[in-house]
Design a protein around this ligand. Sequence first.
Ligand code: FMN
Length: 202
Amino acid sequence: MTVSETESAVPVDASAYREAMSRLASAVHLITTDGPGGRAGFTASAVCSVSDAPPTLLVCVNRAASAYAPLIRNGALCVNTLGEGHETVAGLFGGRTPMDERFAAGTWRRLGSGAPALTDALVSFDCRIVERHAVGSHDVLYCAVEAVAAAGQADALLYSERRYRTLPRAPRGGSAPAEPARGARAIGARPPEGPVLALRSA
Ligand SMILES: Cc1cc2nc3c(=O)[nH]c(=O)nc-3n(C[C@H](O)[C@H](O)[C@H](O)COP(=O)(O)O)c2cc1C
């Protein structure tokens, strides 16, 4: 290790950790729920795929969030991945806005769990919460994906350095070019156009 590497190290308190994490570019999602615990939702970047066998993802939620109790009581949620043009709704679901005002900013349908699915989300994952672990201030919710709907055709919305940004979609049709447009790196072939809906058979 060189001296300059040592000098650039920052002690890892909560604020240094938050600052470091702000460098990561993340997809932005609305996590929604409805049922006996009431309708609720919040903006989240802490969403990650766990497994495709069976299809499982995780969501990290602050136990102090107003959506926490409804999520746990309902045992179901929908992960709605946002695109360009969703900055306002992302801000509303990002806290301190009454739930009715948050949901008034979008149009919704239901896919099976009862959780609201944003009609123009890039993709919606309708889920049952199957397990949860408390870690620090947050719970990690493990979610079985029971249905997937994709309708939105917008560029992806990212959150990076505490700002919303967009990632252009890969060019339509054919295989990805060797040098993707505007600096975006394409990974594999893009999925077919148009809405797709996958429902779990069991
Ligand atoms: C871009 C962005 C990403 C966020 N990601 C998360 C997250 O992954 N988990 C979480 O618990 N809160 C996250 N938050 C914060 C919640 O959206 C917000 O604090 C939450 O809605 C609590 O506010 P409320 O109690 O007024 O509903 C994020 C906020 C923004 C703006």
